[in-house]
Design a protein around this ligand. Structure first.
Ligand code: SAH
Length: 221
């Protein structure tokens, strides 16, 4: 088990250090984010057959047509969420492999994460248990509806792309809260947006061009 977490060869610490050097060169500046990426075993969140590629800066398939996000995107979205200080909780929509949630869990007190494909959620929970990340709360449902019971959230991170920002997520953002979300069609261009709730409404900033799997309706086994 220990070997599994620590990794050897292409999953070793040296390989992980190289990934972090690369993220730094690509412009990621938050030292805490870089340190958490350096010390989190991404290879545990993907299939063993692909584990040797875990520390390449690339998205990889995780089954059911879904992907684990590219490390650069994980770092970038996490950095944006932390820009104004550490929020006391984060809502993530689209648990997928559980990797992004694991990164967040080491930086913020509480992570709520919602996934529509139960099979993926089960695997993600296993990884979180193995890594003893006890501050991740997860739910199987359509995350377009958010997770109202724990709202409002000072930070929301959406890791699948809707064509329009879901109204329920806007409603669950606290005043001063920030939501980072890719918006656009699957085949066309998606843009990463930062939406900030103000006392009188919402401010929207357009950041990078990105590629995410689509945010879909409903939940499945
Ligand atoms: N954050 C993930 C990225 C996974 S890809 C990671 O670190 O691996 C996006 C995920 O969003 C997929 O698992 C997909 O099933 C999920 N998803 C898509 N639409 C959703 C919805 N409406 N509610 C919850 N999850 C959704």
């Amino acid at each position: 088990m220990n070997n599994h977490i620590q990794g050897i060869g292409m999953t070793s610490q040296r390989t992980r250090d190289r990934l972090v050097d690369r993220l730094r060169r690509e412009g990621i500046q938050n030292q805490r984010v870089l340190e958490v990426i350096r010390t989190t075993p991404r290879h545990m969140f993907i299939d063993e057959a692909l584990a040797h590629r875990a520390y390449e800066d690339t998205a990889l398939p995780i089954g059911q047509g879904q992907t684990i996000s590219q490390p650069y995107i994980v770092a970038r979205m996490t950095e944006i969420i932390l820009e104004n200080g550490v929020p006391d909780k984060v809502l993530e929509v689209g648990t997928g492999s559980g990797y992004q949630a694991a990164i967040l869990a080491r930086l913020v007190p509480k992570v709520y994460t919602v996934e529509r494909i139960n099979g993926l959620l089960m695997k993600a929970r296993d990884c979180h248990r193995t890594l003893k990340l006890m501050n991740i709360y997860s739910k199987h449902s359509d995350g377009s509806w958010g997770w109202p019971e724990n709202a409002p959230y000072p930070a929301i991170m959406v890791t699948a792309a809707p064509e329009h920002v879901p109204e329920s997520l806007l409603e669950q953002l606290s005043i001063g809260g920030r939501m980072v979300i890719p918006v656009g069609s699957t085949n066309g261009r998606q843009m990463l947006k930062l939406i900030t709730r103000t006392p009188s409404g919402f401010e929207e900033q357009t950041l990078d061009a990105v590629r995410f799997v689509p945010l879909l309706d409903g939940s499945i086994r």
